[in-house]
Design a protein around this ligand. Structure first.
Ligand SMILES: CC(C)(COP(=O)(O)OP(=O)(O)OC[C@H]1O[C@@H](n2cnc3c(N)ncnc32)[C@H](O)[C@@H]1OP(=O)(O)O)[C@@H](O)C(=O)NCCC(=O)NCCS
Length: 222
């Protein structure tokens, strides 16, 4: 039976993922059906798609059997966003996993509940991806990576092999990471950066080669 999906969020990443689910349904992939957003801004629709309620309504929709995807990622607020998601106490089986049919995930890789793999993205062999991580279009995850929960791989980001990544890591457009690095939880990498060294927790790195830019904070906009 198809899973009915509700997305937390709506603007930006939420609508992008909603459209990918709708596109997959239109192409005959009916494991998941997009139902609407939960969003706290009091809107009826976002990008022409329905808002079913606000975050406080989550229990009602859990009881009705919906499954959920969380898209409210933000540089500098990743820890807070993970805490918010955990506060909803969504059972694992109701965290929706959406792997778009135009992506590649190696058969021996493990994608956890709540994750999204968008069109053109590739996850190479023997990779473990933690819950609620979003792998956007054309991102490429190298073999033997171990990725934490609620990480965000933006489009065309690319990781070498054997990388270990904590929770809530945010990787910018077209960033490239050398293999065998450790990336600390809640750290972020700017667009186009080439990361050649391991990164501690809560740090924003930018440039080619990437250098420490600042500690992450809630004021950073992308
Ligand atoms: C790094 C980033 C988060 C901005 O951080 P910030 O601290 O607000 O940086 P600022 O915009 O104040 O720029 C500070 C300096 O860094 C430079 N800079 C910013 N981003 C950079 C990047 N990715 N690579 C190299 N240099 C960068 C700026 O040009 C500026 O240089 P200057 O001091 O010589 O003028 C942002 O530029 C970025 O890369 N965002 C990711 C975008 C993305 O991938 N979006 C996906 C959307 S889904």
């Amino acid at each position: 039976m198809s899973k009915k999906i509700i997305i937390f969020g709506g603007h930006g990443t939420g609508s992008v993922i909603a459209n990918a689910i709708i596109h997959a349904s239109q192409n005959g992939y009916n494991d998941v059906i997009f139902s609407g957003f939960l969003n706290d801004q009091g809107l009826d629709k976002i990008a022409g798609l329905p808002v079913l309620g606000s975050f406080k309504d989550v229990n009602k929709f859990i009881d009705k059997g919906y499954s959920f995807i969380f898209t409210a990622h933000k540089i500098g607020l990743q820890k807070e966003r993970i805490d918010l998601l955990h506060s909803f106490n969504i059972p694992d089986k109701q965290l929706a996993k959406f792997i778009h049919p135009f992506s590649y995930v190696a058969p021996d890789s493990k994608i956890s509940p709540g994750c999204v793999v968008m069109p053109g993205a590739t996850v190479s062999s023997h990779v473990k991806v933690g819950p609620n991580t979003l792998i956007m279009s054309n991102a490429s995850i190298g073999h033997d990576n171990i990725v934490g929960e609620n990480c965000f791989f933006t489009s065309n980001s690319c990781t070498g092999s054997y990388i270990k990544m904590g929770d809530g890591v945010w990787i910018g457009l077209n960033a490239t990471l050398r293999g065998r690095l450790n990336i600390g939880s809640y750290s972020a990498i700017g667009m186009g950066s080439v990361v050649t060294k391991s990164i501690d927790e809560n740090e924003l790195w930018i440039g080619n080669p990437a250098r420490f830019h600042k500690k992450v904070n809630e004021k950073i906009t992308y």
